[in-house]
Design a protein around this ligand. Structure first.
Ligand code: AMP
Length: 277
């Protein structure tokens, strides 16, 4: 016998929800990591956390057309299935769900999506279809998979918050696990979209990150309009928003203060980046 033969339990891949559901029935429960592929160290940290639970880990890769505001952005979203498969197999993920668009959208979910009013702030102001699209797909995934745990990154803070509110409001028995933002050594948060940045863009993104961090730790108060100008000077092409939110009550604050978190969305060469610090 090959001694490690029995450790090499192959990851099972499912392309339709019915066969996935049949498989899940025989498990003690599922720990679920939804992604849009283009896997990087941010995704990997979520998967590693999920692997530490007593449940089977299921990763999905689905580029959800409904959460893109522009067709062009959906079409150009980075996809690399071959590389993704290799990463997931190396991590010894139990299940991969690779649904088609119709597999996700041709059934009627029992729960109606709950959209908290925070969905109209920040990214919600600039990308109207985004959060309704995200909540639509997550609501469907939750009904198909009924995971015990759902792993989500704080990099997409608003998304995390809104999914949490939805599960509470609809009394869904899934625990949302918040995962910290993983960054490159230059400070820039890992994102599939970073593949579309050139070296110069990356340097600007790095400068912006360290600038925001400095503001956060050195100043008691700061004016957002001044900050906007400074970020343009650092090389951002356009800013959707730089806003301060009090993280105790999720109220927007005019000035930066001790309880604030800085939320930013800006463009580098048509690539839209978000972060919160
Ligand atoms: P995406 O594939 O971009 O939809 O992301 C899938 C999940 O990975 C989401 O819960 C994201 O918040 C999370 N994620 C993306 N980038 C990072 C990162 N740099 N650090 C931690 N989590 C991340």
């Amino acid at each position: 016998y090959n001694s490690h033969y029995h450790c090499l339990k192959e990851m099972k891949i499912f392309k339709d929800r019915k066969s996935l559901q049949r498989e899940i029935l025989s498990t003690k429960g599922i720990a679920f990591v939804p992604t849009m592929g283009g896997l990087h160290k941010g995704h990997i940290s979520l998967i590693k956390k999920s692997k530490k639970t007593k449940f089977k880990t299921l990763v999905s890769i689905f580029v959800n057309p409904k959460q893109f505001n522009e067709k062009k952005d959906f079409k150009s979203y980075p996809r690399n299935q071959k590389k993704d498969l290799k990463i997931l197999k190396n991590l010894k993920v139990d299940y991969l769900y690779l649904p088609s668009i119709s597999d996700i959208y041709t059934f009627k979910p029992k729960n109606k999506v709950f959209l908290d009013k925070f969905s109209r702030q920040l990214c919600g102001k600039y990308r109207k279809d985004h959060f309704p699209g995200v909540l639509n797909v997550i609501n469907r995934f939750l009904e198909i998979i009924k995971p015990k745990k759902l792993f989500m990154g704080k990099k997409d803070f608003q998304q995390l918050y809104l999914v949490k509110k939805h599960t509470i409001k609809r009394k869904i028995n899934t625990k949302i696990i918040e995962c910290k933002t993983i960054r490159e050594t230059n400070g820039v948060a890992f994102s599939s979209r970073n593949l579309r940045l050139n070296l110069k863009d990356k340097k600007v993104a790095s400068k912006i990150y360290f600038y925001l961090k400095k503001i956060k730790y050195k100043f008691k108060y700061y004016d957002p309009n001044l900050l906007k100008k400074e970020i343009i000077n650092l090389g951002a092409d356009k800013i959707d928003y730089v806003e301060f939110y009090n993280i105790k009550n999720f109220k927007k604050s005019k000035k930066f203060s001790r309880n604030s978190r800085i939320f930013i969305a800006y463009f580098l060469n048509k690539v839209r980046l978000i972060d919160n610090i």
